[in-house]
Design a protein around this ligand. Sequence first.
Ligand SMILES: [Zn+2]
Length: 372
Amino acid sequence: MTGAVTLFRVVGIPVRVHASWLVIFGLIAWSLSVGYFPQVLPDVPVAAHWVGGAAAALLLFVSVFLHELSHALVARRAGLGVSAITLHVFGGVSQLEDEPGSPGVEFLIAIVGPLTSFLVAGVAALASSVTGARPLATAILQYLVLVNVVVGVFNLVPGFPLDGGRVLRAILWKVRGDLQAATQAASRAGVAVAFVLIALGVLRGLTGEFLGGLWFVLIGLFLRQAAAGSYQQLVLRRALSPLAVRDVMTREVFAVGPDLPLARVADDFFWPHHVSSFPVVEGRRVIGIVSIHQLGDIPQARWAETPVRQVMRALDDSLAAAPGDSLWTAFEKLSGNGLGRLAVVEDGALAGYLSLKDVVHVLGIRRPAGAP
Ligand SMILES: [Zn+2]
């Protein structure tokens, strides 16, 4: 996902936080400092309200992380790869590399999240019972109890891709024996839940609770998109997973050297070939990708003296694939790397080039079952 930075790794899984989390963190800390804490602790100094607000927002973040971590650990236990844990505005996502292999596994991965939230709430409740003499600590812990119960209950709502929707999908899958049909039904439930949330939000807004209402509408919109998206994703994934990058990549690729001036690249490569990006190769090694958009960042008068190296995007994992990678994995990178291109690299050398267009072309030929 673009706009996310990796904070740390836990058991080898990168934990990333979406840029939107920083804004939300600030908003939550602020609203607690001027709302919740002054209300429950009217007698302590204002500075303590702010300390409490920041600490509570941080612990909320930790709670969401523990919830996601429990999904990731159970998935890994079941032999599924977890490519990342990403925390965003409305909680988190554990990105699994494959669909769970059976309804039972799906059920366990889904249910452990809300159970973890309830467990954290229980621990916080216990802890708050022994902090009686420290009102600030007690107030923070009581807030934690509340938010973890809310996170646990909200995630149990039976709309895919919420945890409750995953539980529903596991049950339907078990009963009907068809993952795709189960996903379709659970996603429709997710869209329905989303509309209920939006309607409730509008209703709350009309009765004067404007901020609370807005929050419901936002969560509803988010869920609606996620529900519709996850069914399409399953269909795409089933169509693309069996194919390898080498089956689809372009093998005849023009590459440019890193020291070539932009003026030459424009005249000899971009204009005559009608291609919007090229891999950059130094010696035998692929070191980056240069796209026509990057040329636009440099005034044309300086193209003669600016080398490709200075504007190219250096090769990193988001811009590279191996010939044996599944086309689904490559597609996820293509759609998230902001370039829509991947250098296919074998032993450091350029083996081919893959564009979103190549993947779309394949989909046109092999129309996936159930695709809209
Ligand atoms: Zn969850």
